[in-house]
Design a protein. Structure first.
Ligand code: 2NL
Length: 368
């Protein structure tokens, strides 16, 4: 500004700088006396306010502030007014600085407290005990069955649950018009695949892959179009067993099943084989074992008969061996199938098999 030019009214300029500050500072002024916990401020909003306050300070006291240009005027006002003008400017600057510092200190104290509160850990609180999972009752029974057969030299095989006609029916000597193929008995996909209705499918795959001789069990999920009730579920678990070698006879079947029930239900358990029919075995037999509860005298578990059904069994039909390219003149075998969930239901005296698949922890916890 050239020498002697009008400075305007320096005092007015100083007052205008003060006014501008006061106006913007109004929303922070209430914090000067301290921010109480009841202020309703959250940590986030306090942090935002603190940032805005810091910007406000720069705007009103920084190099480009109105106050800075007012300060430059001090040396240029008439000497007789200089002292009082200088005082005024100092006073305004002090007001601004004090206001900002007090509000800032209060906000920072609040922020500090809020952060500490947020991060506080009460080390004297008892720990939250994680809920321990446990094995499903069906798995419990399946693993016991697997252990017994593994100890007898059997391998455990698993495979897909959706099958072609060949694996679910044809290879098992179930021809085209057999009632087992009824869509009312089995689930089909829209492309004509079937949900496996027995785990024999696994054994067909295994014989194709491994050849014979073979000793294996195939535990797994199977599907039937049954209306659910206390003893039926459209999805259930089964174990099938298969032993194919040279010279295998019905005696091996009976010996193996007998050994199995001895280990599963106790050495006093007796077995009973009743002639039956399955397309994939010939001859075929239903297997019963003497009731583990009453020992055969008759009770509620065995419905008074003294016997419990274990499942079906028989000598592998030659057509099944031929279907997987095994010479039925050289090799013979036995096979059996039993229901895991039915066994599970009996062993734990469940009055409804569907309980096993409802995933109600109040039920499942009891097997912990
Ligand atoms: C039942 C009991 C049975 C088989 C399953 C089988 C498997 C092959 C060959 C021959 Cl690969 N048989 N399994 C045998 C007899 C009974 O299941 O009640 N099924 C309807």
């Amino acid at each position: 500004m050239p020498e002697g030019a009008s400075l305007g009214d320096p005092k007015l300029k100083a007052e205008s700088a003060r006014k501008a500050f006061e106006q913007e500072f109004e929303r922070f002024a209430r914090f000067r006396a301290g921010v109480s916990a009841e202020s309703g401020l959250t940590l986030n909003s306090a942090e935002a306010l603190e940032r805005e306050l810091s910007e406000l300070r720069t705007r009103h006291t920084g190099k480009k502030s109105e106050l800075a240009s007012v300060k430059k005027l001090i040396g240029r006002v008439a000497p007789e007014e200089r002292a009082s003008f200088g005082q005024l400017v100092q006073q305004i600057e002090a007001e601004i600085t004090r206001g900002v510092e007090e509000a800032e200190a209060a906000l920072l104290a609040f922020i500090n407290d809020a952060r500490r509160e947020r991060e506080r850990i009460d080390v004297t609180l008892p720990g939250r005990r994680p809920r321990r999972g446990h094995i499903h009752p069906v798995t419990l029974v399946r693993e016991r069955i697997e252990d017994i057969f593994v100890s007898l030299g059997y391998i455990v095989e698993d495979d897909r649950e959706i099958e072609t006609d060949f694996y679910n029916f044809t290879a098992l000597n179930i021809p085209e018009n057999h009632p087992a193929r009824d869509p009312l008995d089995t689930f089909y996909t829209t492309t004509g695949l079937a949900l496996r209705s027995q785990t024999s499918t696994v054994q067909i795959h295994a014989m194709q892959r491994r050849g014979v001789p073979v000793r294996m069990i195939a535990p797994g999920r199977v599907f039937r179009r049954d209306t659910p009730d206390a003893t039926h579920n459209p999805m259930f678990f089964q174990v099938e067993g298969l032993c194919v070698d040279r010279g295998i006879t019905m005696a091996h079947l009976k010996g193996t099943i007998t050994e199995f029930v001895h280990r599963m239900f106790g050495p006093e358990t007796r077995t009973r084989f009743r002639p039956s029919y399955f397309p994939f075995t010939e001859p075929s037999a239903e297997v019963d074992y003497s009731c583990f509860k009453c020992g055969g005298r008759g009770c509620r578990i065995c419905k008074g008969s003294g016997w419990i059904e274990l499942g079906g069994s028989g000598m592998v039909h030659p057509n099944v061996l031929s279907a997987v390219g095994v010479d039925a003149e050289e090799f013979t075998g036995f096979a059996f199938g039993l229901g895991i969930d039915r066994m599970c239901g009996l062993m734990y005296s469940l009055d409804d098999i569907r309980l096993l698949f409802e995933n109600d922890v109040r039920f499942l916890e009891q097997f912990n």
